[in-house]
Design a protein around this ligand. Sequence first.
Ligand SMILES: [Zn+2]
Length: 1004
Amino acid sequence: MFRSLLPLLVFSLCISASFAQNTSYFQQEVNYKINVQLDDENHEIRGNIEIEYINNAPNALNEIYMHLWPNAYKNAKTALAKQQLRLGNRFMFYALEKELGYIDELDFKVNDEKVEWAFDEEHIDIAKLNLQSPLASGESMIISTPFHVKIPSGKISRLGHIEQSYQMTQWYPKPAVYDNEGWHAMPYLNMGEFFSEYGSFDVSITLPKNYVVGATGDLQTETEMTFLNELAEKAGNQSDTYDNSFPASSKELKTIRFTQEKVHDFAWFADKRWMVRKGEIILPNSGRKVTSWAMFTPNSRTEWARAIEYINDATYYYSLWNGDYPYNQVTAVDGTISAGGGMEYPNVTVIGSAGSDLGLETVIVHEVGHNWFYGILGSNERTNAWMDEGLNSFNETRYFRTKYQDSLGFLEGMLPSKIRKLIDANNYPYQTTDLYAYMISAQNTEDQPMQCHSNDFTNTSYGTIVYKKTAVAMNYLMNSLGEERFDKAMQDYYEAWKYKHPAPKDLKRSLEQSTGKDLSWFFEEVVPSTKKTDYKLANAYTKKGQTIAVVKNKGEVGAPFQVVAYKDSAVVLDQWFEGLPPGDRGKLELNLMSDRVEIDPNWESLDYKRNNNAYRTDDLAGGIEPLSIKFLSGLDDPEKTQLFWAPLLAYNAQDEFMFGVNIHNATIPFKNTEFSLSPLYSFETERLNGFGRISHYRGKSAFHLQTQAFSYINDAFNKANYLRTGLTFTQDFNKRVGSNLESKMSLEMAHIYRAGESMIADDIVREFDGHSAQIKAQYQVSKTGWVNHQVLGTWRTYSRDIENEPFDNLNHYLELTYWGKTPYMKGHNIYWRVFAGAVLDEFSAYSLSSLGWTGNTDFTYDQLYLSRFNTSEDFLSRQIRGDQGGLYTNFGSNNLLSSARVDIELPKVKFISLFAGVAVRRTFETPILPSDVVGITLYETTFDTEMDVAAGFTVNLVKDALAVHIPLVTKAILNENADIAQGITFTFNIDKFNPFFLARNNLK
Ligand SMILES: [Zn+2]
């Protein structure tokens, strides 16, 4: 019931694109002629461009929107800079002038006449040309302008240079797409960057003679072709001494020319160090020959030794399945880009460092594959990213399964082999790489539909949903239709839509027409929503020579499903069935005997809950899973009940060293219900202590039942321990996807039992025990951006434990804390914090403190402390939680407390920060206790107001987890009532060392 909010909201935000108006299709034609010269001393290009614009729209045009995307790199106010900030990257905000880039010296003319034009008011990387006279339907015009581009640092995004290695992408003025939905003018963004008009390019580049250039199009310069061929011959027989430094640029310049038809973009890459390899592919359908090129730095020569094989195989398989590659050359270049592992442009792709052979093959195959899904089929990536990234990822996975004949395992080529071994990755087929990535988003964090605007995706979902869920979904579709029928349908789609802008409805129509099937389960349920598919094998038995299998659709989509029956481990039936409506049961009568029936045994579908997929007919236990016990952790194995264990050593000052074991069931992808138990035995107190937790996650809600038991006093005269049990409910509230505002609430009920003994006189031992309880409600709002803000409100009602008089006295506390954070120079921050708190009862069990709770004063027992018994010699009892007043001076109040503190990270030594703060309190004067005479009060309420200060420095040993606070100035120090050493405290947040806690939080 908590989950329902999210899908509804996301659904309504993301659906708009697929219901776009459906008027007749047309597309504009745009042909370019560009001359440009590279200045590799000042990192700039200068040249001129002539654009032939042919209006195929049924209407006349009064204006032309132009993309001037180098301006995305101009300052910290561009859409690119804002998107990067949202994703936590502040590079552009601190960038030096020389690291930024822009386009200028523009002087637009239409048919040689000056035209009035202006930058878009919001986006400086968009401009609008106001035509003197409208461009009629069917007419064409020539737009021309000189231009100059200051090339930004390659550390920002995809256009840029790292020293004299140049990546010239989105570098020239380019008309935005105009179609039956109108103009698609858009600022450059890192995610979802492509949507362009098709046409031809004729590009001449002038640069020093010793540059090697990889580019879109066919090279028309004979001498340059000879130069490349010579390099390709040399690469095979060079000595083993290599120099990766940049050679000086030739004084002599060369001009090289590329031409290409039927593409929507032109990119070029230039590097003087590159080595070159050359190959050839014979296309599977037409038998036509295509040349392949690999260009790489001497440093990468070993990693790139087989690059030509990868380029060729990718070109071959993508052609085989989708239709032949229509161009003459395919190139991959070794680049230093910041925006990710690789990037696609027509005919040419740029590849970052991959780390392993299979890793490089993965990136090259993916980027070369984009020639189909992006290059030839030019969908709008800004609104329908799944149609290129996702369809491409599907083909990429299919490539690796086909080429390596299903011998690869989970994350092969992407994860170091040692880690893969530890998690038994080879027991999971390669396709689980995609499926588990989808599951991570689907199960626990912000699930999003495949159909969503690129800028509305969270960073995690862009990978797990756009790429991976689509890959699984397309594989599901292929398997349900059969490979042959599916390939035919994809080839029909390719033929119908190549060099065009297909939308989701066009893919749907193509596939439905070709297969003759109604695919609404896919296009109307799987694509635009977060609905889950889950089939359960509810029962299976044999009867009169038949196998009866009862299948229930426990999911939300009426999707087809696959049933496989086995007899003595051999497959006796493998069949796909039409989908059942959600909630329905179906009885399948299979005319054969089998001992086991399974739904989707090879992980080919989106099935969300896989532990209900199998059933044995020859066993009373039916669907019960065998138990598996393993060390540490692993991947989710739906066919087993998994437990993991690890030895545990723990310490606190009262129990001293404790030995035990941690047992848990947490896996990747996460489970909805997780538990972790850590019994710990102390030889010092001879007690069994420990902690445990059961958590249940449901969308953005979670329930946690947590318990912990340790000693809190253990000295010669006193011994005591506690057992705390708490039930917490947390709810994250939906924010608009892509928004920087977040809020969450939590509600906790806890019970604390304390028991012990104390020696009150020689040989007289008094035993005691008591109960207390707490209800805590918290609400937190945070906003991230250039300045981060966070507000937390806490209400606490506490029933004080008086020995043998449980729940005697109720106390109420209200606390409000504000945190702020702003960067003041590259990577350094200023933090500030304001607190106000009140004890709402006159006689309260506990006070508010500027130190926050410590092991000694923490009556709520909800944290772990290294020591809970306060002795001034014991440094471990200086552990503070840093909540409440948050000022590092011992200053408490039984009535009102407020404080403010500023922390500044020191330049150069970021792990040291200076702090200064002030606290003001009003205390309720210690009253004369009520007289014994019932009904008469012999005191008066009086208040006293005081202030304290603290200034000093904090040493952050582990960020947000372990820090030591050293106040140099406090009132006590100034009054010589305390020395500096006595005021030192530390914070230690053990949650920050828990890998499951971290994984769950970081994957949001
Ligand atoms: Zn991609």
